[in-house]
Design a protein around this ligand. Structure first.
Ligand SMILES: Cc1cc2nc3c(=O)[nH]c(=O)nc-3n(C[C@H](O)[C@H](O)[C@H](O)COP(=O)(O)OP(=O)(O)OC[C@H]3O[C@@H](n4cnc5c(N)ncnc54)[C@H](O)[C@@H]3O)c2cc1C
Length: 420
């Protein structure tokens, strides 16, 4: 193992590998440490939506830049991430849905988000196989879908082509400082000397921040997804309607999510950060269920340190929820009624108190943090990585970094909670 680099990135999800790609392309000597395999936590388990619409306007610049990067990503890296420009739509099943869509459309127009309304006839043309008469819809035509299982590994390979080193099964156990600045990291494969670290550890980031005395309020919620066998004659469009959200896969099946319910892990941090999350609980608490799990028990045992033995966030899927979602989907698209569910899984999502990410320098010289994507970091990964690389190099940032700076989380009274 090389023992020295300018930058050590901790975590091989989409945020870490995109940061590695852009840094390596700029000629910065970079080592990425991943405790397991690349993209096996959130970045390999998500819906695969690369979405510019429907989130907090403070993220808009970053999301639009990310979409631009996604559209050329396969060409940029010379590999297939599964990205396809499919458009993403929300469809109204009734007048109540339509009222919400019209309000979302007005918000989108006010904040400059590129979306269009769809007539019932346009919705019907975009949804082969649907028996539902749609009331209308909202579409973001420049958005797309990618394959979570392909994307982070493909981008990591491209980072290696550009000179980055990627260490798999390499857990960062401690971050070292000297004279108030980063001096190295201790890993399960030995020490690496470096002047800068990028913490890109998803749901583990709070723990790593604690190693250098940085308070990062972040909690975990678990969401369930499933995939079907290949089906033909159904939408290419990525869409959500009522309870369900579907995305066509490269293998011809569909990844299906939704259900209107997420489960919050009860960990020591749930109590530590309770006051930070009270506004978010008020805004989004109606669809959160508390879940004490095996992982939480581990958390109770391992509060303060990273452990050298491999641990993966692999929560159990909520099977009754998937049945409920499938039933709702089959009511609108009968072809789903008889299809086999090939796999169910869940992922642990890292959320911040205001539901927007942190892409920021930290108070310790040389320390950086890219985390807390609150359920929408797959689509934002390429742009967030580009912003992170610019912050590490002290270059002019490609978008305004202020909304993503960690300092905003320090004053709880000023928190503005975004949509989940
Ligand atoms: C079910 C589900 C559906 C979602 N759907 C979407 C969607 O459609 N669109 C969208 O944009 N987003 C979606 N998301 C959110 C998205 O997946 C995440 O925001 C994004 O993948 C976060 O990427 P990350 O790199 O920050 O974290 P992760 O992908 O979680 O990566 C963090 C990595 O850090 C590693 N790590 C942790 N600690 C250490 C250590 N000490 N040493 C070394 N390595 C370490 C972990 O092993 C892990 O691989 C979804 C998430 C889930 C779970």
């Amino acid at each position: 193992m090389r023992k020295k680099a300018d930058v050590v990135i901790i975590g091989g999800g989409i945020a870490g590998v995109c940061t590695a790609l852009w840094l390596a392309r700029d000629g910065v000597s970079t080592i990425l440490c991943e405790k397991g395999e690349i993209g096996k936590e959130q970045s390999g388990r998500n819906w695969g939506w690369c979405w510019s619409f429907g989130r907090d306007p403070r993220e808009l610049e970053l999301r639009l830049m990310s979409l631009d990067l996604w559209r050329s990503m396969n060409e940029t890296i010379g590999r297939d991430t599964g990205f396809r420009l499919s458009g993403i739509a929300t469809l109204a099943r009734n007048e109540a849905d339509m009222t919400r869509l019209l309000a979302a459309f007005a918000d989108a127009q006010a904040t400059g988000q590129p979306v269009d309304m769809l007539t019932p006839a346009e919705c019907a043309a975009l949804t082969p196989g649907a028996t539902r008469q749609w009331t209308g819809g909202l579409i973001s035509r420049n958005d797309g879908r990618a394959e979570p299982k392909l994307a982070a590994p493909a981008i990591a390979e491209a980072a290696v082509d550009s000179g980055a080193e990627i260490l798999r099964h390499c857990t960062v156990l401690d971050i070292e400082t000297s004279g108030g600045a980063i001096s190295g990291v201790q890993t399960s494969q030995g020490r690496i000397d470096c002047k800068a670290v990028v913490i890109a550890a998803g749901a583990w980031s709070t723990k790593l921040c604690r190693m250098i005395g940085v308070r990062m309020p972040q909690l975990i919620v678990n969401e369930t997804v499933f995939r079907t066998a290949p089906l033909s004659g159904l939408p290419e469009l990525t869409l959500r309607a009522g309870l369900y959200a579907i995305r066509k896969r490269l293998d011809g099946g569909y990844t299906v999510g939704g259900g209107g319910r997420i489960r919050a892990e009860l960990t020591p941090d749930s109590f530590r950060f309770l006051s930070d999350f009270l506004p978010a609980l008020r805004a989004h608490g109606h669809w959160i269920r508390l879940q004490p799990t095996g992982h939480s028990l581990n958390e109770w045992r391992n509060i303060f340190k990273m452990h050298p033995e491999f641990r993966l966030l692999d929560p159990a899927p909520d099977a009754p929820l998937t049945n409920h979602v499938l039933e709702a989907l089959a009511q609108d698209f009968p072809a789903f009624r008889d299809t086999a569910v090939e796999e169910r899984w869940a992922g642990s999502i890292d959320v911040t108190p205001d539901a927007i990410p942190v892409v920021s320098k930290l108070a310790v010289a040389g320390a950086h943090l890219i985390t807390g994507f609150s359920g929408h970091g797959f689509g934002m990964g390429p742009g967030a990585g580009k912003l992170m690389a610019a912050l590490v190099r002290n270059d002019t940032p490609p978008v305004d970094p202020a909304p993503m700076d960690i300092v905003r989380l320090a004053d709880r009274s000023k928190l503005r909670v975004g949509p989940l």
